[in-house]
Design a protein around this ligand. Structure first.
Ligand SMILES: [Zn+2]
Length: 204
């Protein structure tokens, strides 16, 4: 009976982002966010804002500066535009993430996919969910693209490849300040090997 109760509690703690959707929530200092790819080959875009001042937000440029790498994984920090550490990556079972490319948007599908009409996107899903925190579209920075596999050659040419994540691969971030998190299950065909899946997350 106790085992059953624990199972129920544990189950409740797993939150689900349905395919091609998103979420936004507060992660308090010292809390840990675990982002899980339950089915494999699914990217999740993440943006971070300082809860107490949303003008401070995650910065790919500052992170590349201070981590001296464009590939971020276990042990690395994600930094803000004010040169402060926002989160640390505690664990990363897949080990491949991208911090170069912007969240997919309506324009991404028009320009890169030659697609017109409505298409769900990370940018829309981030905007909708972050609106209640007073965060506008123009405030959304380059996202940390969890599980995204962007390869690059010596000539700088970029190539978006299928994610290497397997079912139940996960990454964990420890908050070093109170942050607002925007998180998606990405909607771009090429980033997710042609199919869209859910993303799960837990906070502890
Ligand atoms: Zn996306």
């Amino acid at each position: 009976m106790i085992g059953f109760a624990l199972l129920v509690i544990k189950k409740k703690m797993v939150r689900i982002i349905k395919k091609q959707s998103g979420s936004a929530f507060i992660l308090r200092k010292n809390q840990v966010l675990k982002v899980i790819d339950p089915n494999g080959e699914q990217v999740s875009d993440m943006v971070l804002f300082n809860h107490d001042d949303i003008k401070e937000k995650i910065s790919s440029g500052k992170t590349f500066d201070f981590e001296e790498s464009i590939l971020l994984s276990k042990g690395d920090y994600l930094w803000s535009n004010r040169s402060r550490r926002m989160v640390q990556i505690l664990e990363d079972t897949n080990g491949r993430n991208d911090f170069l490319l912007a969240p997919c948007s309506k324009e991404t599908f028009e320009i890169m996919y030659d697609f017109s009409g409505y298409h769900p996107s990370c940018f829309e899903n981030l905007s909708i969910n972050l609106e209640s925190f007073g965060i506008n579209q123009d405030d959304i920075p380059t996202a940390f693209n969890i599980f995204m596999n962007v390869q690059f050659g010596d000539n700088g040419k970029l190539n978006v490849c299928p994610p290497t994540s397997k079912p139940n691969d996960y990454i964990e971030f420890k908050a070093l300040m109170d942050v607002i998190v925007g998180l998606t299950a990405c909607s771009a065909e090429d980033s997710n090997n042609g199919s869209f899946k859910d993303i799960h997350y837990e906070i502890r």
